[in-house]
Design a protein around this ligand. Structure first.
Ligand code: ADP
Ligand code: MG
Length: 228
């Protein structure tokens, strides 16, 4: 369970003071899908950055598995970020000159996964996103949709409990975007990871177990589906 309680975030001071998040509260059940939805500038990315420990709130708290995230030491937050969560962004973060396999091996190397286990884990992640045949192709030669699938393989190879996707289809055509979204939902069900999608797409949000609608940094609507 992730509990967001009375979060406030203020950028700037005095005349440039801007309240990006204003008393935001909601909870997300483990293994569920949540959409953070709102127009550009409504505070979606700010909220995601605070929920993932990348940024600090000015007020309120984020409680993950009964621990208050921002009260942890920096080293503990770093460890939490490295072992429990992953991100996918609108821009496809892949290493263009590396092969697909090398791209997916990288997070395992960083996490210190035993050398003998790395290749199998990386291949399984490539299979999960249907890129196994491209294992030895360089990332720069992939299409946009394939690059995003590779970014997803990199994001899931360490088996995170939480996957944040910030406008993951923003750079894709609608058909390819739909495939990426279907893949994310499939991974949510198959791996049991909690999926948090930041989006301005109402149809996509409606497919999630819950929706947090933001406007000018405030929650204007909180929708939750019945139990699956
Ligand atoms: P969204 O992701 O919904 O488009 P953001 O969370 O990125 O919105 O931004 C919310 C508001 O906060 C915007 O008005 C943005 O200009 C402002 N903002 C974001 N980051 C900063 C920053 N580092 N300094 C000042 N203002 C910021
Ligand atoms: Mg944003």
């Amino acid at each position: 369970m992730i509990e967001v309680k009375n979060l406030t975030k203020v950028y700037g001071k005095k005349s440039s003071r801007f309240v990006a998040l204003d008393d935001v509260s909601f909870g997300i059940d483990d293994g569920s899908t949540a959409a953070i939805i709102g127009k550009s500038g409504s505070g979606k990315s700010t909220l995601m950055h605070i929920m993932s420990g990348l940024d600090h709130p000015d007020g309120g708290s984020v409680i993950v598995n009964s621990k208050t995230l921002h009260k942890l030491k920096k080293s503990a937050i770093d460890k939490f970020r490295a072992t429990q969560m992953s991100f996918i962004f609108q821009a496809f973060f892949v290493e263009p000159n590396q092969t697909c396999l090398q791209n997916v091996l990288l997070p395992l190397e960083i996490a210190g996964t035993a050398r003998t286990k790395r290749k199998k884990r990386a291949q399984q992640a490539l299979e999960a996103v249907d890129l196994a045949e491209k294992a030895s192709n360089r990332a720069k030669n992939l299409s946009g949709g394939q690059k995003q699938r590779l970014a997803i393989a990199r994001a899931i190879v360490n088996e995170p409990k939480l996957l944040f996707a910030d406008e993951p289809t923003g750079n894709l055509d609608s058909v390819t975007g739909e495939l990426i979204i279907n893949l994310l939902f499939q991974l949510n069900r198959g791996l049991g990871l909690t999926l948090i999608i930041v989006t301005h797409d109402e149809d996509l949000a409606a497919r999630c177990d819950m929706q947090v609608h933001l406007k000018d940094g405030k929650v204007v609507n909180l929708l939750k589906k019945g139990k699956k």
